[in-house]
Structure formats: structure tokens, C-alpha cells
Write a protein that binds this ligand. Structure first.
Ligand code: ADP
Ligand code: MG
Ligand code: ZN
Length: 610
């Protein structure tokens, strides 16, 4: 994608030209004037030279007479002007030119330029430079800063051969389908208008961060071969009230002139948030005005003209409902986290950009990276390439990819974090505890890898479980199993050392969240039935749930959550204490090897000859 600025020369360009001209005048004109030194002579000398025919030219000025001799390179003389009524006659009879100027002594225009305009020019220039620097610091506009207030910063993208195409976006087929239709409309609007169909004015890409919304919009630009205005919501937010609205107006005016074209507003939630009357102090007047202007503009223009507005956000629930109503962003295009096939495809797209061994098992990596977004997958490939370089190889291999999945998910291996032997032992038992509980239950994902190598993320070790296939629904049993697995670490510590550590804090958090969701959101208890006691606020930002029930109910819910986790803890305790032999054996093995694979784990576990 080639970005092309509107073909306006920045003002600084002109200033520079003016400055250059002044400097040139200064350098070339002034010295020639100065060099011709003028000799002061008496009037009588002038008269005698005149009578002897030695005078070349004469210039009579207000109070002086300038004249030259008749030499090859004339010398200039100056004399005071006398009351001499005969002067003209004398000059005539001597045949001297007296009309022409010899020296523009103190050329008035030049003098004016140098003494008045130049300092001003310099001052203005400096001011411009300073204000430009300031604007940059404040994240402000490009181009001519003094005039950019109220102008949109939308960049014009023109199609180019290196542009991003739909092929660069892996997976996300539904989103691509919708957007393809829009591209098609821009290419042959007739097909649609003939049948009387109106194209949606706007499409809103919604989905978690890093799923390729911005990428998709760029791909639309790359495919559509029409001008593409791209601006981020935050760029509308200006220092002065009213400027954001002016920018919106300007953007749409530009778009109307360039139609058919696409306007893309990234992170639209920055301006499109719900307007709430509660904000009585006028704190967010500016944002509201901007939003209102946007709504007005979207209503105002003619849908058949071929201006399509795309916007992206990862918090659709916070958008003002007015934006989502038909006639505005009436198409919602979900851009979700990729599924297994999608992850594999994304890995392939990005792996194609790095050198790698031919037989990489993308499926295995995709399975290990469950829940990763497109951006994270791109990052995984890049980390793998970095690791290969670090190890002095010229190709990415499977182990690089596997390690980088962990890096992206759990942070870098912390090389210098030394665990004491005692700690290492505790962590070994803790992790085997998790793995054992997971393995001893049916309906739980197989153990893929166990490690006690500390990570920069703070984890001292972890057990990685990888689902066999894609998983969309979770049964009640599976959730209970998961909770039991979370408690398994603490159970093992308790059973072996009869003391507990802080190592389980993350497990506790996750177990609690799951238990609470199970009761309050998934309706998986007899006590509450299918009643929603809490709602998820920020679906895409993995966000907080808020309670939607009476305080009494909330108290009851809390009690039930405690009961549920305790119940699963007891179950895990039972499972592990029935297999203490295996626990010791596996923990010792892990302690020595620090990282073991799922297969190693299962071989020892299933080895009956103890
Ligand atoms: P969003 O705007 O949804 O937060 P981006 O579009 O900025 O995410 O994606 C960030 C990066 O992640 C992209 O530049 C691309 O490298 C990678 N990426 C995300 N989704 C995909 C995908 N579906 N196919 C290929 N690459 C992707
Ligand atoms: Mg984005
Ligand atoms: Zn744990």
C-alpha cells in the first residue's frame, strides 16, 4: 500500500524559496554595489573634467551629482550639487549622457526587503518550525500546522501493486465475504442500483484486538482500486472544542469529491461512545459534537454515490446506539478469534515470510496456540525466526515455533532466575498435581507438556494441556474437571509437604472465575437454574463481569462458588491420594528433567509395574 499525501506543497517550501532568493540577492548584488567605491570630488573638478571631455555619464540627483569618467571601466565620482542653471547646457554641449542612473544608491526596494521583510520572514519561519515541533509532540497533524486545525488528517491511499489483498488475510471468511460484496458494489454499482438495492452505507468490523480488523480494511482498499481515506478515531480528538466536528465535515467533503471511495475510521469507539446525559459538566462536549457531526454526515450523503464507510472497534457494546441504526453502520461484520483451521492458515501466511524447514507441523503449533489472536500468531512466527537467528541457524524449525508459542503465551524463559532445590521440588509436585488430576479424569484435555522452567511472566512452571480438536461447547463435567485440575497443584503441595505456598494464586483466580461463570452465567446449578446473575461487560476485551442480582442473591452466589470449588478440591484430593506412588515418581522425573512431554508423562503414568 502506497500512501500518497494530497499534492499540496507544505508552506515551509515557499518560505525556503523566499529565503534562498534573499540570500542570493544579498550575496551577489550587495558586493557589486559595494565594490564600486565612489570618490568624492569638488564641483570645480567636475567642471574641468567635463570641459576636457573626460566625463562619461552623469546622474543628477536631489542634492548630489554622480558622474563617471570615460575610461574603459569607469570610475564613479560624486560631487555636491551647486546652483548651476547652466548645467544642462554644459552637459549637452559636452555630449554626455545624463539621463541614465549610474548607481541606485541604496536601492530602495532591496533595502526595504533586507531591513524589513527578511527579519519578519526569519521570525515567521522560526515560529512555523516551533509550532510544527509542538504539534508533533502533541500528536497533532501533519502538513501545514498553522492551517491544519479543522482539517482532517485522513490519509489518501491509492491502490498500488504491493498493496494488501484479501489473500493476505487468512481465515475470517465470513468477514471477507461481506467486504467482497462492498468491493464489488464499488466496481459495478449498476448491478445493484438496477434492481433497486441500496448498498449499506457503512460496515462496522467488530472483534477482539489483533484479529485483523485493520488488516481487513486495508485489504479492502487494496482490492477495491478506489481512493481510501483512513483515519483513527483518536485523530478527531482535538485541542479545541468544535475542531473534531470540523474535521469530520472536512473528511466527508473530501470523500464526496473523490467518490467512489472508502472511508475507514479505525478505533471508532474513541468518538462513538454512548452519549450520556449524566455528563452534565460539559466535560465531553467536544466528543459529543464530533459524534453528532459524524451522524449528520452519514445521514447526509447519498448512498448511491459510492462512498462506503468502514469502521473498526473492539468495544461495540460501548458504541452509541444511534451509530448502529440502519442507514448508518447497518452492517456488523464480526471478526472473531481464529479457530484451529484459521490459526493454522494464519501461521502459514506469516511463515511464508520467513525461511523455514519444509516440514513444519503447522497443525501442532496451531493446536498449542489455542485462543491466540492473529496478531499473536504473527508474533509467534516472528519470535521463532528471532530464536533461529539467536541460535545461529538460517531456517526456522519446529522447536523454534514450539518455544515461541510458549514465549508469546507465558513469557520468555527466565534464564537467571534460580529456584532453590526446595522450591524446584515444590514446583515439580505442584505441576504434576495439575497434570495428574487432568489425566485421571475422562473428558479433560490431554497433557501436552510440563515444565518447571521459570518464565518472565512470573509463572514458575506450568502444565500445558492441548485440546485434540476444536472445542466450542463445554459440558458441565468438563468445567468441573477444569476446576479440579486447577486445584490439583495446591492439593499435591498439601499432601506432600503439609504446607501450602503462594504458587497457586493464578490457579485460584482461574478456578474461581470458572466456578462463578458456571453458576451465574451458564446456568449450571440446580440452585439458580437458568437465571443470569451476572453479565459479561466487555466480551472482546476478556473483561469483567458485573453482577445483575440482589445483594442477597449475590451472597448466596458467593457461598455456592465456595462450595463448588471446595467440592472439586476434595475430588482432586481423592484422585491424587489414590495415586501417591505415581505422584512421587513423576515429580522426581520432572524435577530432574525440568521439561517433559505429554508422552513421557503418560508412559510413566500408564506403566503399571511400579
Ligand atoms: P486489529 O485491528 O483487529 O486489532 P490488526 O489488523 O491490526 O488487528 O492485526 C495486527 C496484525 O496481526 C496484522 O498486521 C497481521 O500481521 C496479523 N493478523 C491478524 N489477523 C490476521 C489474519 N486473519 N491473517 C493474517 N494476519 C493477521
Ligand atoms: Mg486495529
Ligand atoms: Zn498451578
Amino acid at each position: 500500500m502506497k500512501e500518497v499525501k494530497p499534492p499540496k506543497k507544505p508552506l515551509i517550501f515557499y518560505y525556503l524559496i523566499v529565503l534562498a532568493i534573499l540570500l542570493a540577492l544579498n550575496l551577489f548584488l550587495m558586493p557589486t554595489l559595494m565594490n564600486r567605491s565612489i570618490e568624492d570630488v569638488g564641483y570645480s573638478k567636475f567642471l574641468s573634467m567635463l570641459s576636457q571631455g573626460e566625463v562619461g555619464q552623469v546622474q543628477v540627483k536631489e542634492d548630489v551629482i554622480l558622474f563617471t569618467d570615460s575610461a574603459e571601466r569607469p570610475h564613479i565620482y560624486k560631487t555636491g550639487k551647486m546652483e548651476d542653471p547652466d548645467l544642462v547646457n554644459r552637459l549637452e554641449s559636452a555630449g554626455v549622457e545624463y539621463e541614465k542612473a549610474i548607481v541606485e544608491q541604496g536601492n530602495p526596494i532591496l533595502e526595504f526587503l533586507l531591513s524589513w521583510i527578511l527579519p519578519f520572514a526569519v521570525i515567521i519561519l522560526l515560529g512555523q518550525l516551533l509550532s510544527r515541533m509542538m504539534m508533533k509532540k502533541m500528536g497533532g497533524g501533519v502538513g501545514n500546522p498553522a492551517m491544519s486545525f479543522g482539517k482532517s488528517n485522513a490519509k489518501v491511499y491509492v491502490p498500488s501493486t504491493t498493496g494488501i489483498k484479501f489473500a493476505d488475510v487468512a481465515g475470517e471468511d465470513e468477514a471477507k465475504e461481506v467486504l467482497t460484496e462492498i468491493v464489488d458494489f464499488l466496481h459495478n454499482p449498476k448491478k445493484y442500483t438496477e434492481i433497486g438495492a441500496k448498498m449499506p452505507k457503512g460496515a462496522l468490523l467488530v472483534g477482539p484486538p489483533g484479529t485483523g480488523k485493520t488488516l481487513l480494511a486495508k485489504a479492502v482498499a487494496g482490492e477495491a482500486n478506489v481512493p481510501f481515506f483512513s483515519i483513527s478515531g483518536s485523530e478527531f480528538v482535538e485541542m479545541f472544542v468544535g475542531m473534531g466536528a470540523a474535521k469530520v465535515r472536512d473528511l466527508f467533503q473530501q470523500a464526496n469529491e473523490k467518490a467512489p471511495c472508502i472511508v475507514f475510521i479505525d478505533e471508532i469507539d474513541t468518538i462513538g461512545k454512548k452519549r450520556d446525559g449524566a455528563n452534565g459538566m460539559g466535560g465531553n462536549d467536544e466528543r459529543e459534537q464530533t459524534l453528532n457531526q459524524l451522524l449528520t454526515e452519514m445521514d447526509g450523503f447519498d448512498g448511491t454515490k459510492g462512498v462506503v464507510i468502514l469502521a473498526a472497534t473492539n468495544r461495540p457494546e460501548s458504541l452509541d446506539p444511534a451509530l448502529l441504526r440502519p442507514g448508518r453502520f447497518d452492517r456488523r461484520v464480526p471478526v472473531e478469534l481464529p479457530d484451529l483451521a484459521g490459526r493454522e492458515a494464519i501461521l502459514r501466511v506469516h511463515a511464508a515470510k520467513v525461511k523455514h524447514v519444509p516440514n513444519l507441523d503447522f497443525n501442532a503449533i496451531a493446536r498449542a496456540a489455542a485462543g491466540a489472536s492473529g496478531a499473536e500468531l504473527a508474533n509467534i512466527v516472528n519470535e521463532a525466526a528471532l530464536r533461529a537467528v539467536r541460535q545461529g541457524r538460517s531456517q526456522v524449525q519446529q522447536s523454534d515455533m514450539e518455544e515461541s508459542v510458549e514465549v508469546v503465551i507465558a513469557g520468555y524463559q527466565k534464564k537467571n532466575k534460580i529456584l532453590s532445590d526446595k522450591e524446584k521440588l515444590i514446583v515439580s509436585y505442584h505441576e504434576i498435581g495439575h497434570a495428574l488430576v487432568a489425566a485421571l479424569q475422562t473428558h479433560s484435555a490431554p497433557v501436552h507438556k510440563i515444565t518447571i522452567i521459570p518464565r518472565t511472566s512470573g509463572a514458575l512452571g506450568y502444565t500445558m494441556q492441548v485440546e485434540e480438536g476444536e472445542h466450542n461447547l463445554m459440558s458441565k463435567t468438563e468445567i468441573e474437571n477444569k476446576i479440579a485440575t486447577f486445584t490439583g497443584g495446591r492439593v499435591a503441595e498439601e499432601l506432600v509437604f503439609h504446607s501450602i505456598t503462594t504458587g497457586a494464586s493464578n490457579d485460584i483466580e482461574q478456578a474461581t472465575r470458572l466456578a462463578r461463570a458456571m453458576l451465574a452465567q451458564f446456568g449450571m446449578s440446580e440452585e439458580f437454574g437458568m437465571v443470569a446473575l451476572q453479565t459479561q461487560n466487555n466480551v472482546y476485551l476478556g473483561g469483567d463481569a458485573s453482577l445483575a442480582c440482589s445483594p442477597e442473591m449475590a451472597a448466596k452466589l458467593d457461598q455456592k462458588v465456595i462450595d463448588l470449588v471446595k467440592q472439586q478440591y476434595a475430588r482432586a484430593e481423592k484422585l491424587i491420594s489414590e495415586n501417591m506412588g505415581k505422584l512421587h515418581e513423576l515429580a522426581k522425573y520432572l524435577y530432574e528433567k525440568e521439561t517433559i512431554t505429554g508422552e513421557e508423562f503418560m508412559t510413566i503414568l500408564e506403566d503399571k509395574a511400579e
